[in-house]
Design a protein around this ligand. Sequence first.
Ligand code: SF4
Length: 390
Amino acid sequence: MSLVDLPLLPLGKGRDLTAERGVECLGELPSASDPDLVARARAAKAALGERVFVLGHHYQRDEVIEFADVTGDSFKLARDAAGRPDAEFIVFCGVHFMAESADILTSDDQVVILPDLAAGCSMADMARLGQVEDAWDAMADAGVQDSIVPVTYMNSSADIKAFCGRNGGVVCTSSNADVALEWAFEQKPDAKILFFPDQHLGRNTAVLKMGFSLDDCVLWDPLQPAGGLTREQLESARMILWKGHCSVHGRFSVDVVDELRAKHPNIKILVHPECPHEVVLSADLVGSTEFIIKTIEAAEPGTTWAIGTELNLVQRLARAHPDKNIVFLDRNVCYCSTMNRIDLPHFVWVMESLVAGQVVNQIKVDPDTERHALVALQRMLDLPGKSHRD
Ligand code: SF4
């Protein structure tokens, strides 16, 4: 069994440096019950002043978002970091692939810090470089590799972005996936797309935005020999979707949509394109986190909405818009467990360490990976039109 086939370690236990998570936090953290945590975080932030820039992803806990200089989705935050070349330290309250992207887009002398190294992304972990290289070789054996353009979602590790950079591919976000696919289809005659890691974003974009049929899409299962596909299936496919998904957005179901529609006849269902295809089909509106936020901001008072995205964001939207009736599109609690690893004790620990002159939990992408990942990111930045928010 190769290293890439090992099962993921439980969150925060043991060491698995090839995964986005499963890395122990080695720090001496303050106790979560310390009543001075908020004051300590404020004091450390004040002491660091302009030297530190704190980024908070939309899915972060309130206790952490409170200390963010800017909030946003992963791509906006990476751009925001790049827009602060004067900041010595970028503390990224998000997950591992986001901190990697920030490191790639900032200068070499800026230090990017992830408060808990176990804050990975289960979706990103579903496409590991060794698996993708094996798939690429299998596609060569099947005689289709020459026609394939790889496209990776922003929610992937730096080495997967670098793979795309090296092989004529591009990065996309959930806002520009259709533009990225159009670009990719233009790169080769009879091009096929290998899309990873999120099968749902790939399928929803290909079918609902680009007019492909479900039969044009096949699913590559990295745990099956030859992806579980025949040569004929690969030859006739236009979209080869990697069998990965978001463990948060994959939970939403048509059952709950039907239940809510029966209870609230005028309800609008608003979901993220990482949701399964049937859920997106049953929704009224689909779009990125930025789209979801803007849609709720623009909604009429008194309207009722069910939102299918991470719960921290939905709760904040509900609190910010008390004149609208906002409910969560799941019967159960549905936080992103890895995002939630970044809590106040971890934040205080990294900030106080910086005040004491010690850099902890730095995320550093190696120069070769960075160079190739930047090629794929730059191709995305050069795409026409749309914003690049995910
Ligand atoms: S919400 Fe989903 S895609 Fe985003 S970090 Fe969590 S597991 Fe990854």
